[in-house]
Design a protein around this ligand. Structure first.
Ligand code: GLU
Length: 500
């Protein structure tokens, strides 16, 4: 049998997600267990949303967790480049081949036509998807349109009848009718591939033998299998892992649970505990032992023991496990060393010192002033929000609106945060001092503190969001009904500030 090769293929469009780390872990274990290779490929075909910072953060997060890859954009390897944006020519050649062989076609439909079509399919309660309008254009029609500079996309052809059988390591065969499968765009009008084309071409060229990925991709499998067939390639073995869930069984979302690896790092979890915890998601050691190292997981790994019932990312369980690591796995010396590494990270200190330096007379003044940068949730209660101008309901609303506003920021920069919050205060008609008061309490636990905007810029979105959520809960939380009203009010504000 050929060498086992697995991969993690993140899109660098945001904070490194624990879901990515979870899938990476299972790919890593599978490859290592078979003496194979684990590859990291960056899927940055979405040029608008992809960014270098996110890529760097993803690599740093996986490294922090000890999930080492053998080939990747930073390491090289025999199958590079490992960043899709550097492989455009490869995709062009492949899409040409599909066109030549009649497996794909140019589509000139305008976005207006497509949205009209969608609307119509929705009213008629028909399945959504492309209707094949450009499927049978004659050569001369096509040449005409190209001459008129109408930018085409390239779509794949899909059989009109019959069905596709998807084989998966963890489930019985899944049969999906071709009629349900859309004529997927493979190449956009800017000449860049979509995920589906790039993913299949790369998995093949990088000789990936096993594709272990999240369950949300299972519906794309027929398109991928069809592409393998069109190219005349052997498809890899597929394995769709159950998705991580919040306690209420909904899909793990950052609104309900901090979901970025950076959050856990910042909060002082040990990477080996986080890795162990991710290993418990849908999987267990044969002896059901709960504390195990990555090496132990690899030597006992058996992908068939993954259970499909949605694993719950239970933050309390992670706390418990991390506590055990701190108490049981580290000697005092190791504890000192690991704690110092965490507390005295140069990046963090460099960001904090300018904020506190002007305010101290002795080093002993630092700890009380800077403590909130290093803690979890501040110790606050309802009384902490007492304010002459603001009722608790107002404070809650401000905090909720701030949470929504900062979530929408496309970059986490001090000035961007400041402008966004100033505009929000203005549109809510609240004086900035009053507006910032609940934020100070939520973030620093007190209104006497370093600038709250500087502070949240340093703390990062995840910690900020977690503290906002904590403060809102202290203020009594938001019921479903309240949430609806707040959402309405917020949307109206957004519209207002958009127009001004
Ligand atoms: N880029 C995809 C993602 O972000 C990869 C999915 C796959 O593994 O095929 O999840």
């Amino acid at each position: 049998m050929s060498e086992v090769r697995t991969r993690i293929a993140p899109s660098p469009t945001g904070d490194p997600h624990v879901g990515t780390a979870y899938i990476a872990l299972f790919n890593l274990c599978y490859a290592r267990q078979h003496g194979g290779k684990f590859i990291l490929r960056i899927e940055d075909t979405d040029q608008v949303r992809s960014n270098q910072k996110s890529e760097d953060d993803i690599l740093a997060a996986l490294s922090w967790l000890g999930m080492n890859w053998d080939e990747g954009p930073d390491k090289g390897g025999d199958f590079g480049p490992y960043r899709q944006s550097e492989r455009s020519d490869i995709y062009k050649t492949h899409v040409e081949k599909l066109l030549d062989e009649g497996h794909a076609f140019h589509c000139f439909c305008s976005s207006e036509r497509l949205s009209e079509l969608r609307k119509q399919q929705m009213t008629e309660k028909k399945p959504l998807g492309y209707d094949g309008h450009c499927l049978n254009l004659s050569d001369s029609d096509r040449a005409d349109k190209l001459q008129q500079n109408i930018p085409p996309v390239i779509r794949m052809k899909v059989p009109e009848t019959g069905s596709c059988v998807v084989k998966d390591m963890l489930r019985d065969d899944v049969t999906i009718d071709w009629q349900q499968i859309d004529m997927q765009v493979l190449m956009k009008s800017d000449g860049l591939p979509t995920y589906h084309l790039a993913n299949v071409v790369d998995d093949h060229l990088m000789q990936i033998t096993h594709v272990i990925r999240g369950e949300e991709w299972i519906n794309s499998a027929p398109k991928h299998l069809l592409l393998y067939q069109y190219f005349g390639w052997e498809p890899p073995v597929l394995c769709h892992m159950p998705l991580l869930r919040n306690a209420d069984k909904s899909k793990l979302s950052k609104r309900k649970n901090p979901a970025s690896v950076g959050y856990y790092q910042r909060m002082g979890y040990l990477p080996e505990a986080v890795c162990n915890f991710l290993g418990m998601m849908g999987w267990s050691m044969p002896d059901e032992q709960e504390m195990f190292s990555l090496e132990e997981m690899i030597s006992n790994f058996d992908i068939n023991r993954v259970s499909l019932g949605g694993p719950v990312f239970d933050a309390e369980k992670l706390d418990w496990l991390n506590g055990r690591y701190l108490r049981e796995a580290l000697s005092d010396d190791e504890f000192i060393q690991r704690f110092s590494q965490w507390a005295f990270q140069p990046d963090m200190l460099q960001a904090i010192v300018p904020l506190i330096k002007q305010r101290v007379e002795r080093f002993s003044d630092i700890a009380p002033l800077a403590a909130f940068f290093f803690s979890g949730m501040p110790t606050i209660d309802e009384q902490s929000f007492e304010h002459k101008q603001l009722k608790h309901e107002d404070a809650k609303k401000i905090l909720q609106f701030i949470a929504w506003r900062i979530e929408g920021l496309d970059a986490w920069h001090r000035d961007r945060i400041e402008t966004a919050l100033m505009l929000l205060a203005e549109s809510m008609g609240i004086k900035i001092r009053d507006f910032l008061f609940p934020l100070f309490i939520a973030i620093a636990g007190s209104s006497v503190s370093t600038s709250v905007i500087d502070s949240i810029a340093v703390l990062g979105l995840d910690i900020t969001r977690a503290r906002l959520r904590h403060a809102i809960a202290i203020l009594g939380g938001v019921s479903k009904k309240q949430l609806k009203n707040l959402e309405k009010e917020y949307a109206a504000l957004e519209q207002k500030s958009g127009q001004s």
